[in-house]
Design a protein around this ligand. Sequence first.
Ligand code: NDP
Ligand code: OXD
Length: 314
Amino acid sequence: MALIVISRAMDPDCFADGLRQLDGGLDVRVWPDAGNMDDIRYALVWKPKDGLLASFPKLEIIFSMGAGVDHVLSDTQLPDVPLVRFVDPNLTMRMTEYVCLNVLLHHRRTLDYLDLQREKTWQNWSQQPGANDVRVGVMGLGVLGLDAADKLRLLGYQVAGWSRSQKDVDGITCFSGADGLKPFLARTDILVCLLPHTPDTGGFLNAELLASLAQDGPLPGPVLINAGRGRVQVEADILAALDSGMLWAASLDVFEKEPLPATSPLWSHPRVVVTPHNASISDDRAVCKYVIDQIARHEDGKSLQNVVDLKRGY
Ligand code: NDP
Ligand code: OXD
């Protein structure tokens, strides 16, 4: 019985070493050195090649190195075995750091003050709204969205959330589904997207959606923060909205194409903060511990945690 680590983007040896340290009895292999394919029961993967997972005939569980699973679900020959995504308090905490940092950055007009600093200009923007004047909307009230929404609430923001199914969360105004979308957007000054990429969410952050954000808020215009997935956003629409003033600023951690091509105007747009898909990177030690724990549950006949619903796509 063996586990195979498959990753082109994250260093697979680092994960393999971590797994071996935690469980010396586990036969850990690193793709392409799979040995006998019949031995492989578990796969720990990040962006596996299309069709590769189907070549392990005895595979029992696929583990995603990240919280998102679109990189696995895009496999057109995905074997019919449970897919377990990564859920971890440290990952959640770091996403919340990213969200709070970027909400505060735009709310406190940091891009403007950096411009003024470069010009050595001592100038104050006349009104400084408090957090309690600013309406933040979090799209996706899952593990990450809920924690970020709660911490934003503690900072004093007026927080609402939007998800597929209706939620009831203390201190957060919850909207859901198609009917809840317009009212949610209409009361949102800073939109935080933590949606997964699924067939339903592809291209969701488009011109029509951006035009529905509040235009009567305390900031010069609405702000978009996306740390969910790049394919949820339409970059041409975001740029057009920024240039027309419909959108005041954006922080983008994820992109339609990654790495973001050097030719993208997003790199040098004065109202855009670009980060290289690092809002919350999976910690390899935490991933290894999580996988070992899940395998132990499986081998004890207990149910796996955080199994992806293949129909919903997340
Ligand atoms: P969850 O699965 O816990 O939450 C997903 C949320 O999105 C749920 O609230 C779900 O609604 C909602 N949702 C999904 N589809 C729709 C839809 N069509 N309409 C409305 N709401 C929808 O995921 P996590 O919170 O753990 O992670 C979210 C995403 O963050 C990941 O999928 C990944 O893409 C991204 N991510 C990015 C990282 C980065 O560094 N940039 C790091 C880690 C993750 P409901 O509650 O009703 O099911
Ligand atoms: C993830 C990511 O899905 O890092 O965990 O994007």
